[in-house]
Design a protein around this ligand. Structure first.
Ligand code: ACO
Length: 282
């Protein structure tokens, strides 16, 4: 029998240069990855590269990372998409979104594929093995609001302003934000927020459950640190299994969910029993 040797190559996390080109910084320490939107001179406007590099970060984070914090440098969390992405030239080194069009169905398919790639930068933030936190000060507009919505939890400084501006620009929100928005605020409020493109203050965001916590701007970092410490205190396997269970609770029936709880608990108890027997054998 031929036994083929499999070589597992761990993908490398993006380099500092790649991160900087995408307007990002990344720090990984003590089970926590902090991703900083770092183009303050453009109010942390993001480009396609920002999102594909974010996806790359998600694919290559060490498995020891349990918490991902996303924050912004300067006065704004993010002013959304870099508006130059819609211009004829695009942004340096990246195609204009409009540049895909004009080539008929092939161009439209290529644009849809590009957007799917951008969405990958947002979707991984919901995976069960991590808890993602958006730490928002100042504006979170359009794609910036959607990035905050892509996170499990949002901690807002009291000057935060959330705005789904896409419809006002003739667009739709397409960076995975519509589902968490509707799940959180309900369909009617989501329609009102998106179709008026109005700004939501931090206190209204708390009332709408768009923020888990609103704090004085000077206390934002400390509040996030406290939340991170509390989350890290829970055993990782139980945290991941519970997050997965809670995610499945949305939309299912009570009976289906009760069955999932039973299965998840049997898996948990089996794992704990294995750990105990290994501990007593060792
Ligand atoms: N794209 C490109 N450049 C931007 C963006 C952006 N989204 N947002 C801000 N900038 C630039 C400004 O043009 C300005 O550049 P300059 O210094 O060369 O003049 C610089 O960043 C600072 O911006 P100001 O407007 O001076 O900063 P201020 O704090 O007064 O306002 C705010 C911040 C409210 C975010 C404002 O810049 C703004 O409304 N930006 C546009 C928001 C937008 O429409 N985003 C797209 C949403 S749709 C989507 O994301 C899919």
């Amino acid at each position: 029998m031929n036994v083929r040797r499999r070589t597992v190559v761990e993908a490398a996390i993006p380099t500092e240069d790649q991160l900087a080109e995408a307007g990002l910084r990344l720090r990984v320490a003590g089970g926590v990855a902090t991703i900083t939107l770092a183009r303050p001179e453009r109010r942390n406007a993001m480009t396609g590269r920002t999102w594909t590099v974010l996806a790359h970060v998600g694919q290559t984070l060490p498995t020891s990372v349990r918490i991902v914090v996303i924050n912004g440098e300067g006065p704004s969390f993010s002013s959304g998409i870099d508006l130059a992405m819609f211009g004829p030239e695009g942004v340096e080194g990246e195609p204009s979104l409009m540049g895909y069009l004009g080539a008929g169905p092939a161009g439209e398919a290529a644009l849809e594929a590009a957007i799917a790639g951008y969405q990958e930068g947002f979707l991984w933030l919901r995976r069960p093995g991590i808890v993602s936190i958006a730490a928002v000060r100042g504006h979170a507009i359009g794609a910036g609001f959607q990035l905050a919505l892509a996170c499990d939890l949002r901690v807002l400084a009291d000057d935060a302003r959330l705005c789904m501006k896409e419809p006002a620009l003739g667009l739709v929100p397409d960076l995975t934000g519509t589902k968490p928005l509707v799940d959180t605020v309900g369909l009617s409020r989501a329609i009102e927020l998106c179709l008026t493109a109005r700004s939501v203050s931090a206190s209204e965001a708390r009332d709408l459950r768009l923020a888990e916590l609103v704090v004085d701007g000077a206390d934002l970092d400390r509040a996030v640190d406290d939340l991170v410490a509390a989350l890290l205190a829970t055993p990782p396997e139980a945290a991941a299994a519970t997050k997965a269970l809670l995610q499945q609770a949305v939309g299912g029936t009570l009976e289906e969910q009760a069955a999932r709880e039973r299965r998840a608990q049997v898996a948990r108890l089996s794992s704990l029993a294995r750990q105990r027997s290994q501990g007593s054998a060792g």
